[in-house]
Design a protein around this ligand. Structure first.
Ligand SMILES: [Zn+2]
Length: 453
């Protein structure tokens, strides 16, 4: 087993990144990189006295770790990226001695890959799952790196239970005087924040299992079931599946916002329709909103097992508390309650080809077409702005071997005269836009998705 000897008292080592605004001083905040970008920097070494070494390593590591509280320790760690800086002999002092009070600079350069090497994911029996897992996951769950531009922002991950961390590691080794085994005499680390950007190749759509059963794009209900006379009918509310929310290039301070549509169709019952027809359509009462609530939910799912379902399914304890997930709700705020602007639709007039019975005249007709009367319905569309607030860090949607982050958008509407509320929920995707002029960075054996069963 390797031994570590602490040499920090006589050796000063700094890992510095190029273009750091704090050039020349110690890094005090975490720098952010997109996939396809290069992390350039140098390690500076200053020893008080002459220091003999044998091996010097500079590497870039991506690692995820999860832990699930239980009686037995239940933890997992997975190193999905391990890049090694090639160091020719000429880059190092010869002989391998850092002379006392002499400063050495050893440069490094790591290209953050768009795809991980195929062996990084052991899920080869599920090609789609593997394809998703071979996209590098974003940094998540580490409070020290959640910030951007020096500020700390909540990334909505569960505290301490799961994280994705990227680190530049510098190690210096030499053989032990007694055992001749390699001993680490210096281990210095610098965390960087990684945000995967996707271009034309979108993330694969995974089967979300039971989570997908929660989605509901249509909600129906009766209006005025206890009213007498007018104002009775059926209301259907449909939520349009929102398009992907894109983080703009360069991660600027621009707000990420999108309008999502809700469609309303109201069909008055025939009693209220005839009542309205009998009095020139003036007494019909169209549904009105009493309240509108909406929220984005950021769900982080994690597991300590490689052989479980992907993405991991929610588990709860005896009391219904989350075991392996966190649902973080971010309510959306609306300045005022929107008004529904109804438009009358005449089913037969609107689309005569839809009429199932062209010869239907006055007299008994098939069920659904009434007694030859035109079915009246009313439609309305509501555009609801959905904005990703700036105080939270909405990391892109991702699936990795141990951790997944998914988003959903849900609405709860109360309508005057309705006996219950209308609830809708749609999946929502967040991605970071990739510079279309930059070529994808393939690293070693990459990009190849192992489709072998
Ligand atoms: Zn995997």
């Amino acid at each position: 087993m390797k031994r570590t000897i602490d040499c920090t008292h006589m050796l000063k080592v700094d890992i510095r990144l190029k273009n750091s605004p704090l050039q020349g001083s110690t890094q005090t905040y975490v720098q952010s990189f997109a996939t396809g970008e290069t992390i350039d920097g140098a390690v500076s070494i200053l020893s008080q006295d002459d220091l003999i070494f044998e091996n010097l390593h500079i590497s870039f590591i991506g690692e995820q770790s999860t832990s699930i509280p239980s009686a037995k320790p239940n933890k997992a760690t997975h190193e999905f990226l391990h890049l090694i800086q090639p160091l020719p002999e000429s880059a190092l002092p010869s002989p391998k001695v850092f002379r006392g009070r002499t400063k050495y600079e050893i440069p490094f350069s790591f290209l953050v890959p768009d795809y991980l090497p195929t062996p990084a994911c052991p899920h080869s029996s599920h090609p789609l799952v593997k394809a998703a897992h071979l996209h590098p996951p974003p940094s998540i769950g580490d409070a020290t790196i959640a910030g951007f531009g020096g500020r700390l922002r909540d990334d909505l991950a569960p505290e301490t239970a799961c994280k994705v961390v990227y680190t530049i590691i510098f190690k210096l080794e030499r053989p032990s005087i007694t055992t001749r085994a390699q001993e680490t005499i210096m281990d210095k680390r610098l965390k960087v924040r990684i945000k995967p950007h996707v271009g034309e190749i979108p993330l694969p759509d995974l089967d979300l299992g039971a989570i997908a059963d929660e989605y509901r794009l249509v909600s129906r209900g009766d209006i005025g079931p206890h009213n007498k006379g007018a104002g009775k009918g059926k209301l259907a509310v449909t939520l349009e599946q929102p398009e992907c929310f894109w983080h703009p290039l360069g991660d600027t301070v621009r707000l990420i916002s999108k309008a999502v549509r809700l469609f309303f169709v109201y069909t008055p019952s025939s009693a209220s329709a005839s009542a309205s027809a009998g009095s020139q359509g003036n007494i019909i009462t169209l549904p009105e909103l009493k309240s509108l609530r909406a929220q984005i939910t950021a769900t982080t799912l994690y597991t300590t097992k490689f052989d479980g379902p992907h993405p991991p399914q929610r588990q709860r304890d005896f009391f219904g508390r989350p075991i392996n997930f966190r649902d973080a709700d971010i309510p959306l705020e609306f300045p005022s309650l929107p008004q529904l602007r109804w438009e009358r639709m005449d089913a037969q007039a609107a689309d005569p080809n839809q009429s199932p019975n062209p010869e239907a005249g006055p007299g008994p007709g098939p069920p659904g077409s009434g007694s030859g009367e035109t079915e009246i319905s009313y439609i309305a569309t509501l555009l609801v702005p959905v904005t990703l607030t700036k105080d939270k860090s909405f990391v892109p949607t991702f699936h990795s071997c141990l951790i997944s982050r998914i988003y959903s958008l849900s609405f709860q509407l109360e309508v005057k005269g309705a006996s219950s509320s209308f609830r809708l929920k749609a999946p929502m995707q967040i991605a970071a836009e990739r510079d279309p002029s930059a070529l994808p960075s393939y690293n070693a054996s990459l990009g190849v998705i192992d489709t072998e069963p």
